[in-house]
Write a protein that binds this ligand. Structure first.
Ligand code: GLA
Length: 398
């Protein structure tokens, strides 16, 4: 299958910057979106995840200012948004609704970075930032972590903040939770910060210890394809927060700090203490943690050709127990498997977005065609299907 051609997104960010300021930027930075191979809704339960960074990135062109003003503009909404750094504390979280939605990410990052580094707003000069991104929005590929990571690396470099990559990822989660109002975990930000070519990041979300695990898809003659259903979702509303609340109820019923501390053997005890829905939510998280550990072991011992069943089991658990799939995602997974995919599952927070399928390189086109046909037969809008490889994390480009 032919990869989606890379557009000159960095050039677009530089062009937009020049329109904004009339001059060139001091530098450009970028950060990727991510695909989660396995480990869904485990991050905020202190559990395990196995995401990788993808070649789609958000680019930012930046120059520092000396007047304390932070000005952001994006190709998605070319009206610049401007705040004084000393006003950030008043805006976030209480008055975040006054900030255009997309701008809550970069401005929220600035606010979170100042707090994380113990820097007074008056001690840094401000900045102009222009963004362009080729990460599909609302596809479950973490366009939000990409804008957070690009902003965090650019501002931390420019302002000389003493924050390591984990601290930058934490600032991303703070911005998302407090400035945007989405109660998400830290998987996406860690993947965007730590990504490496041909590798996934095996992350313990309790300790934030990360190990690099080789994927080896290409060497094994495999491809990982993304099936973007086009069904948009938002984690700032509804289902995501409800799932998180159910997990917290389950942990409280078992008197543990987080579902990370629950094993499959504890489940019968739980079933006597909570309602059926809460029980199934917990069972998803507990079994999913196990599947992440198993996937890491299988990848290391036997390589990627034998992880398919774990991906399939993960999807079934999200569909039946966690109930975050939608008919388009189930159709994508079923059609891909019927057409010969080794494994397939929805990826990301759910309620829309994308599925992934692990396919042989030779069979990739046939799988994509089968999925398109199935969507057509169900009357769904045509999906956007493309292969992804694992690429590097956030950083300065020039
Ligand atoms: C979204 C969130 C993540 C994670 C996933 C589900 O992507 O941003 O923190 O919870 O959903 O695994």
């Amino acid at each position: 299958m032919t990869p989606t051609p890379a557009s000159d997104t960095a050039g677009q960010a530089r062009g937009l910057f020049r329109e904004l300021t009339g001059a060139g930027p001091a530098g450009t930075w970028s950060a990727p979106g991510r695909v989660n191979l396995i480990g869904e809704h485990t991050d905020y339960n202190d559990g395990f995840v196995l995401p990788f960074a993808i070649p789609f990135r958000t680019h930012v062109a930046l120059a520092p200012r000396t007047d304390g003003i932070l000005r952001v503009v994006s190709t998605f909404d070319p009206v610049p948004v401007e705040v004084h750094l000393t006003d950030l504390d008043a805006l976030f979280p209480a008055r975040r609704d006054e900030v255009p939605e997309w701008a809550r990410y970069p401005l929220g990052i600035a606010w979170a970075l100042l707090h994380a580094s113990g820097t007074a707003a008056g001690d840094v000069g401000g900045a102009d930032l222009a963004f362009a991104s080729d990460v599909p929005v609302g596809a479950g590929l973490s366009s939000s972590a990409a804008i957070e990571g690009a902003t965090a690396t650019a501002l931390a470099d420019t302002w000389g903040l003493d924050l390591d990559r984990v601290a930058l990822a934490r600032a991303g989660r703070t911005a998302e939770n407090e400035a945007v109002g989405a109660p998400t975990g830290i998987m996406d930000q860690m993947a965007s910060m730590l990504g490496e070519a041909d590798a996934a990041i095996f992350l313990d979300c309790r300790t934030l210890a990360a190990e690099v695990v080789t994927l080896g898809f290409d060497a094994a003659g495999l491809e990982l394809i993304v099936i973007d259903t086009g069904v948009k979702h938002s984690h700032a509303t509804g289902g995501y927060g409800e799932r998180r609340a159910a997990c917290e109820r389950g942990a409280a019923a078992l008197d543990v700090a987080a579902l990370r501390d629950v094993t499959v053997a504890d489940l019968p005890r739980l079933s006597e203490r909570v309602d059926d829905v809460t029980f199934r939510r917990v069972r998803h998280v507990v079994t999913e943690n196990r599947r992440v550990l198993d996937t890491v072991e299988v990848l290391r011992d036997s390589g990627p050709t034998v992880i398919g069943d774990l991906l399939v089991a993960s999807h079934a658990s999200m569909r039946d127990d966690f109930e975050i799939s939608v008919p388009e995602l189930d159709t994508a997974v079923e059609a891909a498997l019927t057409a010969g995919a080794l494994g397939a599952r929805m990826t990301g927070g759910g309620f829309g977005g994308a599925a992934i399928a692990l396919v042989s390189r030779d069979g990739a086109d046939a799988v994509a065609e089968a999925v398109r046909t199935a969507f057509d037969e169900h009357g769904f809008a045509a999906p956007h299907i493309f292969p992804v490889t694992a690429g590097p994390g956030a950083g300065r480009d020039d």
